[in-house]
Ligand binder design. Structure first.
Ligand SMILES: N[C@@H](CCC(=O)N[C@@H](CS)C(=O)NCC(=O)O)C(=O)O
Length: 209
């Protein structure tokens, strides 16, 4: 298998952290690629041109973070990532969806901020700011109530990984959002999560936003 990623992508970071957490990184090749680049090494493989992209051993190409996580969870090493049979009452999938949903909104907000100022949509920025704060408030309550915790033996699941990658993105590539303010539980959660090897091995470069 081979994973295409870019170092600044929070979506690709989720896949990279999942490989490390499951030990699959030992047998999955990883190639850093460029984005929004006609010469990108990714385009001949995946015309969608987004990371993460996982190429399976038989040549099948999987785009979309959630689908890649589902695939990894079908492998013996990845079983703990995401129960695919509803045996946890679908709690992990629900928590994963919430973290990725917040990331999707932040990515839209961030994309607006990367445009020249006169091309930005104040309406989109306002909408995504409200969404991000609303989800973060719900996550603050969830984490304070014991959600997004490591499981038995310290193992973490896909929801934990997605939340860590999302908040980690806000720390280094979306610093315009003071997400820690008024959210002590979420803030402490990320501080603790930051000590994990999979997190430390995938820290993105700081951006100007
Ligand atoms: N829905 C996709 C989103 C992935 C995504 O947007 N990746 C960005 C990097 S953070 C990308 O590859 N952008 C390149 C582009 O849009 O051309 C997923 O969940 O994997």
């Amino acid at each position: 298998m081979k994973l295409y990623f870019s170092s600044g992508s929070p979506y690709a970071r989720i896949a990279r952290m999942a490989l490390i957490e499951t030990g699959l990184d030992a047998r999955v090749a990883q190639e850093e690629t460029t984005l929004r680049d006609p010469a990108s090494t990714l385009l001949p493989v995946n015309p969608v041109g987004r990371v993460p992209t996982l190429v399976l051993d038989d040549g099948t190409v999987l785009g979309e973070t959630a689908l890649i996580l589902v695939h990894l969870a079908t492998l013996p090493e990845g079983r703990g990532l995401l129960p695919l049979d509803g045996s946890d009452g679908w709690r992990t999938m629900s928590a994963l969806g919430r973290a990725i949903g917040m990331l999707d909104g932040i990515a839209v907000w961030n994309r607006e901020l990367r445009r020249p100022e006169h091309e930005r949509s104040p309406g989109v920025i306002a909408h995504e700011t409200v969404r991000a704060n609303r989800v973060a408030d719900a996550l603050e309550r969830a984490v304070a109530a014991g959600g997004y915790a490591a499981g038995a033996g310290g193992a973490v699941d896909a929801a934990w990984i997605a939340l860590a990658a999302t908040l980690g993105y806000c720390e280094r590539r979306h610093r315009v959002w003071a997400w820690r303010e008024g959210r002590p539980a979420l803030s402490a959660w990320l501080d603790a999560a930051s000590a994990r090897r999979s997190f430390q091995a995938t820290v993105p470069p700081v951006s100007g936003i």
